[in-house]
Design a protein around this ligand. Sequence first.
Ligand SMILES: [Cu+2]
Length: 130
Amino acid sequence: MLTNTMGRALAILFGSLAMLAVSAGLGFAQTTTPMQMPMKAQQQTVASTPNAIVIKNFMFTPMELTIKAGTTVTWKNLDGEPHTVVNDAGLFRSAALDQDDTYQYRFDKPGVYKIFCGIHPNMKATITVQ
Ligand SMILES: [Cu+2]
């Protein structure tokens, strides 16, 4: 748990540094290419899977997702450990997802939906349906 938290903090720190480096490099367009590559990759991943939540390193990513009513969300477990997707209000509960397994749920009503992993209850995410 501590390791996950630290890893996430490091990832955020690293992302911030990359952004700073890119911002600082804007005046020197020719030198920014190597620094921009990780940023581009990250942005493409987010943009191409707006209704997907990845389960990796005992975390839901993103931890907060906003979608429109009627949207189907897909969870995919990339960990070697099984995880589940459980709504805290009892609306839905997936079976144990093994590595690369997916689970889908369609959110038809606006609201705020909290989810967690039934096996590791400290794994949480929030889905806001507009
Ligand atoms: Cu889990």
